[in-house]
Design a protein around this ligand. Structure first.
Ligand code: DOR
Ligand code: ZN
Length: 383
């Protein structure tokens, strides 16, 4: 199947020695990728964002055709983000949006927003400059049930922001519940939402199937089957409000398979394939291109790509781990079968595991054996 080159409007590349791997995976499938700013320390200034952009571009594999992969940059909103910084970001031509993490809501959000009054000047400047506001919509009140934190935010904070800044273009990031989906449907054309591949494929039973499965733990947490079906219905509808933001969020295996594992699902190795599978099972493969390649670009005011990629129906096994800097990451569907595969833009093979790695073959083999011992079905990590 030939589709317009997809865009991912929410992606965690991370930084440092794992960039070589995350960028290679992303470039295999996407034309443009919006880079999340929750690094340590976070990307709070235009200067930080432009430097991060250079580090990402430096890791685009050589066999990726010239100009066929573009990172779109974001800033991390803090209580101190100034109107001046917003205008600087807009003028850079490379920063498209500002991400609002309520402080304490998720990974590396401790520098996030604690007081919505303090960010009023920045939000007003964004409204004026035309920078998008991306919101992680979850209550930070730890007494609220974890499965209800999204709904709680959409009942309280989200309506307040939308009504106070009516011209601000807002993306409700990675919506996971029927409640949030219906909320977005009811808003005007300046409010849209991203949906991840894993929330289209899985419900919360995945976290507990046969035991506790840390690789299915992400934030917002997976919800119920009716929630998943509502997301699928929105993603495959004619509404232009819903588009792909994978929230591919790699953490090393040691940080996931841990007594206090990090939140995040790594889908960057096969995100479009996962969406194709979910849409096909829902009988709406015809909507794939709209969701992964058209609507995100349109909402961001970007031209829809004029290049194409091929998504082939073929069976392949996901490696149990991929290199991730000097460690490894466990991909979604580790050791299991896939039914679709994106083909490289130019017909040459490149993939995350081909990128230069600090990982030694011995270390990879050992980690691979541990993964098999932990019950992953089959191994391809040392291929
Ligand atoms: O599961 C998640 N992981 N949700 C987020 O909001 C952040 C992300 C990360 O950066 O690991
Ligand atoms: Zn994210």
């Amino acid at each position: 199947m030939r589709i317009i080159s997809p865009d991912d409007m929410h992606h965690h590349f991370r930084d440092g020695d794992c960039l070589q791997h995350t960028v290679a995976h992303a470039a295999r499938s996407f034309r443009r990728v919006l880079a999340m700013p929750n690094l340590v320390p976070p990307v709070t200034t235009t200067k930080d964002a432009l430097e991060y952009r250079d580090r990402i571009l430096a890791q685009v594999p050589e066999d990726v055709p010239e100009n066929s992969f573009t990172p779109l940059m974001t800033l991390y909103m803090t209580d101190m983000t100034s109107a001046e910084e917003i205008h600087k970001a807009k003028a850079s031509g490379h920063v498209y949006a500002v991400k609002l993490y309520p402080a304490g809501a998720t990974t590396n959000s401790s520098f996030g927003v604690t007081d919505y009054e303090k960010i009023a000047p920045a939000l007003a400047a964004m409204e004026e400059a035309g920078l998008l506001l991306l919101i992680h919509g979850e209550s930070t009140d730890q007494s609220v049930d974890i499965f209800s934190r999204e709904q709680s935010f959409y009942e309280t904070v989200m309506p307040m922001i939308i009504s106070r800044y009516p011209k601000l273009r807002i993306v409700c990031e990675h919506i996971t519940s029927a409640f949030a989906a219906a909320f977005v449907e009811a808003q005007g054309p300046n409010v849209a939402a991203t949906i991840t591949a894993h929330h289209l494929l899985l419900n919360r039973n995945a976290i507990f199937k046969g035991g506790i499965n840390p690789h299915y733990y992400c934030l917002p947490i997976l919800k119920t089957e009716p929630d998943r079906l509502k997301l699928l219905q929105c993603a495959t509808s004619d509404s232009t409000k819903f588009f792909l933001g994978t929230d591919s969020a790699p953490h090393s295996v040691s940080k996931k398979e841990n007594c206090c594992g990090c939140a995040g699902v790594f889908t960057g190795h096969a995100a479009v394939e996962f969406v194709a599978e979910a849409f096909e099972a829902f009988g709406r493969l015809d909507k794939l291109e709209d969701f992964v390649s058209r609507r995100g670009a349109i909402f961001y005011g970007l031209p829809v790509s004029d290049t194409h990629r091929t998504l082939e129906r073929t069976s392949w096994t996901v490696p149990v781990s991929y290199p991730f800097g000097s460690e490894v990451v466990r991909p979604l569907r580790a050791g299991e079968q896939m039914s679709w595969q994106m083909q490289p833009a130019d017909g040459e093979g490149f993939c995350g595991s081909c990128a230069v790695s600090d990982m030694t073959p011995e270390k990879l083999k050992k980690l691979d054996q541990e993964a098999k011992a932990a019950g992953y079905a089959s191994s391809a990590a040392t291929k």
